[in-house]
Design a protein around this ligand. Sequence first.
Ligand SMILES: Cc1cc2nc3c(=O)[nH]c(=O)nc-3n(C[C@H](O)[C@H](O)[C@H](O)COP(=O)(O)OP(=O)(O)OC[C@H]3O[C@@H](n4cnc5c(N)ncnc54)[C@H](O)[C@@H]3O)c2cc1C
Length: 482
Amino acid sequence: MAETKDYDIVIIGAGITGTMLARELSAYKLRIALIDKENDIADGATMANSAIVHTGYDPEDGTLQARLNPEGARLYEKLCADIGCRYKTVGAYIVACGEEEERHLDVLADRAKRRGIEYKFMTGDEARENEPNLSGEVTRVLDFYTTAVIYPWEVAIACAEVAVKNGTELFLNSPCTGIDRTMGGYIVHTPNLDLKAGIVVNAAGVYGEEIAKMVSDDVHFRIRPRRGEYYVLDNDVDFVCHIIFPVPSKEKGKGVLAVPTVYGNTLIGPNSDYVDDPEDNGTSVDGLGYVRAHIGKVLKDVPLNRSIRTFAGLRPSSDAHDFVIEEQKGAEGFINASCIESPGLASSPAIAKYIIDELISKRRELVPNENAVMTRERPVVMSELTPEQRSEQIKRDPRYGNMICRCEQISEGEIVACIHSTCGARSVKGVKKRVRPGMGRCQGGFCEPRVLERLARELGADPTEIVLDEQGSNILDSVNRK
Ligand SMILES: Cc1cc2nc3c(=O)[nH]c(=O)nc-3n(C[C@H](O)[C@H](O)[C@H](O)COP(=O)(O)OP(=O)(O)OC[C@H]3O[C@@H](n4cnc5c(N)ncnc54)[C@H](O)[C@@H]3O)c2cc1C
């Protein structure tokens, strides 16, 4: 029989929703467990999206999204500063081609005004002065100049680190396989551990409906994953400096965009296709074809020949067409944080506060933990240092002078530090997510074996035990030790 441990709150899912909530809750005297089925934090939608902190003009009036998106966006910059994460204000151009689309810009501007979101209008020609690759068909532009981009999984990992340092217990490779009701709460079953708690938060992304149904059949939302696929352009391609959006539509959401990322790459995508399998997150010929066909409407000379990678993510789309954040009917203390599709990333700081203020605090008294530290130091990033600071760092620890990733200039020191950090990397992809070796144009061709060696050495493991990503994705069958 699996061991049973007692908690006050169990959070299922360590994406941006679960980790942001865990960090906020760690400010209180609570026994918290955060579980995820994967081998790392942020391996679901939080790993594969457009990375935009939308300002909040898009959600329909009266929805929870319309309330939490602007609120979340306003909290982001300080949050990122507090937890040592990148936040880059790039601005977003919503571009209209012709009179009908121009009228829709007025609707968005009206919503933005009522929500206190800053914007300005430009003519197509004025916008083309800043963005020469805008198509000649663009006639008018709505500029949301406070829009920012982040590195989504960096934020989730940083939130988890803060929570764990404040006492939260993190269990990876721990899929929730069933939930039983007990007197005053629930038992969340995983293969190795049963977690008992009065409050359970379901932040399981595309699996939200499945988890909710483990508690009762009275689940009023249906989740259907909707895939979005992207091209990633090399970081020396000077293509756009603002996020370029077509006018959004009900059918296709925000449409195919160009997004300058925090590290200088450009994302081109996504499409929007329903899939039946919640694990079906590979790219497809048709999906990428759609992206190619539609980006040309608003941008010209798109340099897709400079693409270094493609990827796809799954939105937890639902028939609710809004976030579902509420206690499940007839299941006291079981809280769904479900159907968190875009703008879920941008809204996440406000989602966490909403769950605490509107739901958890109604169930139990929250006593502040005066020892909690809500901030996190940014780890050393050699490429962000001045030449003098770099020399100092190498003097302190020569491993920072040993470049492992040539494309992104990542040193051995940074890799070793991320393995030994709180919530440290346990896989080659885990190292890639934290410090970026393999994110450049060679996509790990040069550095991956070296990362593998460092992981094995630092974890005291045999190289054959090191995985690329999830459990079982071992890279080596055997090692020639001659
Ligand atoms: C293509 C695309 C583009 C997007 N662009 C943006 C954008 O630019 N801006 C924005 O604000 N939002 C965007 N979003 C939405 C945003 O990515 C999501 O709203 C957000 O990441 C959802 O986070 P989450 O933590 O709720 O879900 P996830 O990140 O999916 O996390 C759920 C977690 O639950 C875990 N889990 C699932 N089942 C179980 C189980 N049985 N037991 C234990 N753990 C389990 C999973 O492993 C996963 O880690 C986009 C999404 C997509 C797919």
